[in-house]
Design a protein around this ligand. Structure first.
Ligand code: NAD
Length: 260
């Protein structure tokens, strides 16, 4: 099923999304990359991936804070490749502050990019998947879709929302050949997490390495980061034929975080 399938992966210019794009490209999928990148950065990435994996890849610059651009991402992918078989909603941002002083513009941006964008892309992708009676939708939620941490009101609200959305889409399409699942990573060392490590190092006047140990010790019992490759491997597995009856589920990849 995967070879030549068309996979749209939002927020795939770095971190987990890029890892998923590379894993799917290695499996022979045609890829639509998306994210915040200059034309030069996007070109360099396209050139590297095309050379490395020998599959068709194009970049779409949709800003997912804008509902119209979310829909355009799907429509343009369908026009370019003929279908969208796999949709991975991965783009996300973070902001950390106590609720009473949480900036309203950050709340709005996190809800728009981390939650509403997934609704808009799914809404646009479903009619084509329903016509073809096949599709895989994966939402990269977070452990914060299952449990909370302080100072992350918008992120936790958005990620809990993504898990609710995942269940509704799964139920509505349970007999349509379409699955919709969520992956819930714990700490993965990407730009999004590096910022939080650096902020803690500055605040507590410790090294970045010490700050990394602290955040892992606090939440992730394995004491190590989940790798981008491990998250991507699960994403690929959930898109395989043997997962056709797994839908509406959320999969922690969190070194035991949510088992506590
Ligand atoms: P990252 O910062 O490396 O990647 C985020 C991606 O989203 C980038 O490609 C960026 O360009 C894109 N993006 C941001 N705003 C966008 C917008 N308005 N329009 C289009 N693209 C946009 O972060 P990451 O850690 O790889 O995060 C990817 C996903 O994984 C996020 O949804 C995040 O919440 C989730 N996640 C990450 C971790 C972790 O520990 N890193 C843990 C749990 C969940």
């Amino acid at each position: 099923m995967l070879r030549d399938s068309v996979a749209v992966i939002t927020g795939s210019t770095s971190g987990i999304g890029l890892g998923i794009a590379e894993t799917f490209a290695a499996a022979g999928c045609r890829i639509v990359l998306n994210g915040i990148a200059t034309p030069a950065e996007a070109d360099a990435l396209l050139q590297r991936l095309r050379q490395q994996y020998g599959v068709q890849i194009f970049f779409h610059p949709a800003d997912l804070a804008d509902p119209n651009q979310c829909a355009a991402l799907i429509v343009d992918a369908e026009t370019h490749f003929g279908s969208v078989d796999i949709l991975v909603n991965n783009a996300g941002i973070q902001y950390v502050a106590p609720t009473e002083s949480f900036p309203v513009d950050q709340w709005d941006a996190i809800l728009a990019i981390n939650l509403s964008a997934a609704f808009h892309t799914i809404r646009a992708a479903l009619p084509g998947m329903q016509r073809r009676k096949q599709g895989r939708i994966l939402n990269i939620a977070s452990v914060h879709g299952l449990v909370a941490s302080i100072h992350k009101a918008a992120y936790v609200a958005a990620k809990h929302g993504v898990i609710g959305l995942t269940k509704v889409v799964a139920l509505e399409n349970a007999s349509n050949g379409i699955t919709c699942n969520a992956i819930c990573p714990g700490w993965v060392l990407t730009a999004l997490v590096q910022k939080q490590i650096d902020a803690r190092a500055t605040q507590n006047q410790i090294s970045a390495e010490e700050a990394s140990h602290e955040i892992l010790a606090e939440k992730q019992p394995s004491g190590r980061f989940t790798s981008v490759e491990d998250v991507a491997a699960l994403a690929l597995f959930l898109c395989s034929e043997s997962c056709s009856n797994i839908t509406g589920a959320s999969f922690p990849v969190d070194g035991g975080w949510t088992a506590q």
